[in-house]
Design a protein around this ligand. Structure first.
Ligand code: PRX
Length: 692
């Protein structure tokens, strides 16, 4: 048995083992079992106009999955060839060694991400098709760009970046809100072979600084400020703060988003509009042929250590995987309007708001705002406004909207929807049903997709209309993805036994390393179970081979689908002059999945007051970012420790999950007397807050 499962949103509930099918029979209430799904009329077997042939049945899925595992080179080679344009074909489809570890896909092949996302569409009948629909936080702020318009802007931006000295391999940091310029910069970097590194705008100056330092960025692109639910928040000021100690940064480009007063540093800072106004920019700048294994982007994510990891994704494999999974999971049709609500600064936004849809020549909606402003029907209004067909969001957003009441839903027309997706955290069956039955019509597919920043794209998910659904389960791995559930000793777990989710074979979208730290790449992912990729997630496989994801097994907290490392949070607390020591754990939460719960021991001469509690909360928000606000800060006289001085987080996790009677063996504690006061104070704090 794997210890412990931290996430309170467990899969199994009264109806969790029932199979739900996206079929007319299921809708009419007939008993369906786990048998083959009958596709509705809209899911005609056979080849789509765009050349894609969906799998027609689970028998076909089993056959393709078997073939893909027996011949990964044949399977992925066909995918790469039919989905992408290559300037030069590759010489070797796959070469890898998970022990070193080393992975190479499509070595010797040449291609360009920007060319694949834009040029090839502009050269054909999609030239005047809408590529981007951008909805700003203010309702009237809408921009709609065709592929031709996007091409023009990307070429000019790429040309401008070249003019200020950006070269192939240079890192460009984007610290931007969800505005179309973000897409332009990402594709412009790719066009000239520069590496884009997005730092989500909800991170603080200190977090931006450590990422800019780690990747040794040459250029930073930011905005004066950003809109959040009608309010304006500064961004450029954070960059000024961050750049006090970033000697590699030569230029800062500033997009004027909010018209707020902004200080500009001479010779370093330049307004976006001035940069782009240069008439000599080349609006036809050719895309540079890149090696398949050249770096496309870095994205920082939290692991179990204090320092964020720069996850590296390369060109050929990532693009193949982004295009393939978008097509297979969203069953992309030529006329589709696809909306992924994730910020483009996260991996979900990279793969399913930008690269995946554009690679397939689709229309993608980008939304700058949040689900509740100005009213809690904003998402539904946007679906109606743009007649969205495929909608992809996080369970937290759905849970927030459930709480607002069904009447908000009823005011909108969502009949355009033909597919719903969920990502980022486990989706509990209650939320699943509301999403599918109320947001959808109860009969369209809901794909619960499991994946990670490191995997580049979706790994475990139903295939729409093909895979019978079980609410709360991400169902089965995609063909070509070889997963196992293993015990602590690496042996296979039994049916329904919780274990570690590992991946046995490489896939094209997988990370190629941690920027600047090959040792960490090995240690983090390939050392716990040698020869296998460790996901860090707990899982169990049921009797039908369905996977039930159970949350993280390492020291990572997943708040509303955002990852935080407990070590990073603790380092932030400990840096405060009044704090002696701290320990941070995740606590199950009905809306956000998990929240941050901190146990803090203050210095002996420091009094535990409400004012220091609120100061510490502000401090952590400043150190890491507003997205990392701790839900609870509990003061304590001491933390439970082993005789060797290690904090026993197991005990703290049990306390915050309310399992006070199951604290386990406490005989190894050097200070068992702290337990009673820890429990007492926990009950007071949590009880007090639930009364508010
Ligand atoms: O714990 C899993 C959870 O999110 C983690 C990955 O987080 P991140 O790298 O930020 O990427 C988020 C977007 C893919 C995973 O290790 N997770 C993601 N999707 C699911 C999930 N947990 C359960 N079910 C999912 N569908």
């Amino acid at each position: 048995m794997v210890q412990p499962t931290k996430n309170g949103v467990k899969g199994k509930t009264k109806n969790s083992s029932q199979t739900q099918q996206t079929t007319p029979q299921a809708a009419s209430g007939q008993k369906t079992g786990a048998a083959k799904a009958t596709p509705p009329a809209s899911h005609k077997a056979g080849t789509r106009k765009n050349g894609y042939k969906p799998l027609a049945s689970m028998e076909e899925y089993e056959a393709v999955a078997k073939k893909a595992l027996e011949d990964p080179e044949g399977y992925w080679g066909e995918r790469a060839k039919s989905l992408l344009h290559w300037f030069k074909p590759w010489e070797k489809t796959l070469s890898y060694d998970f022990n070193e570890p080393r992975v190479e896909w499509f070595a010797g092949g040449k291609l360009n991400a920007s060319y694949n996302c834009i040029d090839r569409h502009v050269e054909g009948p999609r030239r005047n098709k809408v590529a981007l629909i951008w909805q700003g936080d203010p309702e009237d702020d809408v921009r709609i760009w065709t592929y031709q318009m996007l091409y023009d802007r990307v070429c000019r931006c790429a040309s401008a970046l070249k003019n200020i000295g950006v070269r192939k391999g240079d890192r460009v940091v984007l610290y931007l809100p969800m505005i179309p310029e973000a897409v332009v910069v990402m594709l412009a970097c790719a066009r000239i072979g520069a590496v884009h590194v997005f730092v989500f705008a909800g991170f603080s100056a200190a977090s931006a600084q450590s990422r800019i330092q780690d990747c040794e960025a040459k250029v930073v692109i930011t905005a004066d400020g950003m809109f959040r639910a009608g309010r304006v928040m500064p961004l450029k000021a954070n960059i000024d703060e961050a750049l006090k100690d970033c000697p590699t940064v030569r230029r800062v480009i500033v997009v004027n988003r909010t018209n707020m007063s902004t200080s500009m540093k001479e010779r370093r800072d330049i307004w976006w509009r001035d940069l782009m106004a240069d008439r000599s920019l080349n609006a036809r700048l050719p895309a540079v042929p890149m090696d398949a294994e050249d770096l496309l982007f870095i994205l920082y994510t939290s692991g179990s250590t204090g320092k964020p990891k720069g996850v590296m994704h390369t060109t050929g494999g990532y693009l193949t995987y982004a295009a393939h999974t978008t097509q297979a999971i969203f069953d992309t049709r030529e006329e589709d309007v696809h909306w992924c609500t994730a910020d483009v600064g996260w991996i979900t936004g990279h793969t399913y708001a930008l690269y995946g849809p554009l690679l397939l020549g689709g229309t993608t909606v980008l939304f700058e705002g949040g689900p509740r402003w100005p009213d809690p029907d904003r998402y539904w209004q946007i679906i109606e406004k743009f007649r969205v067909n495929t909608f992809y969001t996080a369970p937290t957003a759905i849970r927030i909207l459930i709480r607002e009441g069904d009447e908000w839903l009823e005011r909108s027309d969502r009949s355009s929807l033909r597919l719903l997706g969920s990502v980022g955290e486990p989706i509990d069956p209650e939320t699943w049903h509301w999403y599918r039955d109320k947001v959808g019509d109860g009969n369209i597919p809901l794909v619960d997709t499991w994946w990670q920043t490191e995997t580049g794209g979706i790994m475990i998910s139903p295939l729409p209309f093909t895979t019978p659904l079980k609410p709360g389960s991400a169902t089965k791995p995609l063909p070509g993805i070889d997963v196992s559930v293993v015990r602590e000793d690496g042996k296979p777990a039994k049916v329904n036994e919780e274990g570690h989710l590992v991946i046995n074979k490489p896939w094209p979208g997988m990370l190629r390393g941690i920027f600047g730290d090959p040792a960490k790449f090995k240690e983090n992912y390939f050392s716990r179970f040698p020869g296998r990729y460790l996901s860090g997630d707990g899982v169990r496989m049921d009797e039908d081979g369905y996977l039930w994801l159970l949350g993280r097994l390492d020291d990572v907290i997943n708040v509303s689908g955002h990852r935080f490392s407990t070590a990073e949070m603790e380092a932030a607390f400990n840096a405060h002059p009044s704090v002696a020591e701290s320990s941070v754990v995740g606590m199950a939460h009905p809306v956000k999945g998990e929240v941050i719960y901190a146990f803090v021991q203050l210095n002996a001469d420091e009094k535990a007051t409400e004012s220091i509690r609120s100061e510490l909360r502000k401090w952590v928000r400043r150190e890491i970012g507003p997205i990392a606000s701790p839900e609870y800060i509990q003061f304590t006289e001491g933390l439970p420790k082993t005789r060797s001085g290690k904090i026993m987080r197991r005990v703290l996790r049990k306390i915050v999950s309310g399992q006070i009677d199951e604290l386990g063996d406490l005989t190894t504690l050097s200070n068992p007397d702290v337990i009673d006061s820890l429990v007492e104070e926990y009950e007071r704090l949590v009880g007090m807050s639930s009364m508010r």
